[in-house]
Write a protein that binds this ligand. Structure first.
Ligand code: AP5
Length: 217
């Protein structure tokens, strides 16, 4: 199964991806996570990406397409779940070309829908573990001990791009450059919309219900 998960910053893409990949045995490929790993490792790619990420803009398409199609080509036969990529129509065209060269297509596009004011609150309250990547929220998803990761006891951190000013830019970028992708996919294949304003469990339940039905069909 090859899936694209779309949604604004803070819509809950990363949160839901963790559920979906376990349930359906897919590889989770998050462009944001890969970029953050490159930055942490101090690679040339990470350095190139830094200023775009910190301002809430998008890393240039050619860099991202090469990075993500390279990762997709190593995915297992069971398939993959793309999180944060593609993010522009140009990236989607690049992805389609790369998949077509291997006689593949995207099977399903899942679109998480939630208002800007909700996602802004979610993002500014997010804390994550620099060690294992676990994601928490200061109100909605608290760790057992405040500020400490449940999995490994490491101190939680706030992403540098999760400040109110940068979040406002990320949302602007999303509406201008990523939202048009929904229409691109509606014209090219199956897009399934989900109300992402419920609890994480409610959103997960509606996604699993749809995917179970699609897998059986
Ligand atoms: P990226 O890391 O992809 O960030 P994003 O798309 O802005 O998404 P987020 O990770 O902020 O949110 P999410 O939807 O995963 O939400 P989460 O589940 O964590 O990209 C970062 C940057 O990298 C970009 O700005 C860009 O510069 C660059 N980049 C990445 N990909 C690129 C590309 N393809 N092209 C160009 N540049 C690219 O949830 C957020 C919070 O809410 C958490 O605290 C969570 O606990 C909480 N939460 C989740 N769901 C719920 C719920 N249902 N109810 C209540 N709280 C919830």
């Amino acid at each position: 199964m090859r899936i694209v998960l779309l949604g604004a910053p803070g819509a809950g893409k990363g949160t839901q991806c963790k559920n979906i990949v376990v349930q359906y045995g897919l590889l989770h490929l998050s462009s944001g996570d890969i970029l953050r790993q490159e930055r942490a490792a101090g690679t040339e790619l990470g350095e190139k990406a830094q200023s775009y990420m910190d301002s809430g803009g998008l890393v240039p398409d050619e860099i991202i397409i090469e990075m993500m199609t390279g990762a997709i080509n190593k995915a297992p036969d069971a398939g993959f779940l793309l999180d944060g990529f593609p993010r522009t129509v140009n990236q989607a065209v690049g992805l389609d070309k790369s998949l077509a060269a291997n006689e593949m297509t995207i099977d399903f596009v899942l679109n998480l829908q939630v208002d800007d004011d909700v996602v802004a609150k979610r993002i500014t309250g997010r804390r994550s573990c620099p060690e294992c990547g676990a994601v928490y929220h200061i109100k909605n998803l608290r760790p057992k001990a405040e500020g400490i990761c449940d999995n490994d006891g490491v101190e939680l951190v706030q992403r540098p791009d999760d400040t109110p000013d940068v979040v406002a830019n990320r949302l602007k970028t999303y509406h201008q450059q990523t939202e048009p992708l929904v229409d691109y996919y509606r014209n090219n294949g199956a897009v399934y919309d989900f109300d992402a304003d419920g609890t994480p469990d409610e959103v997960r339940g509606s996604i699993f219900e749809k995917l179970d039905a699609l897998v059986k069909a």
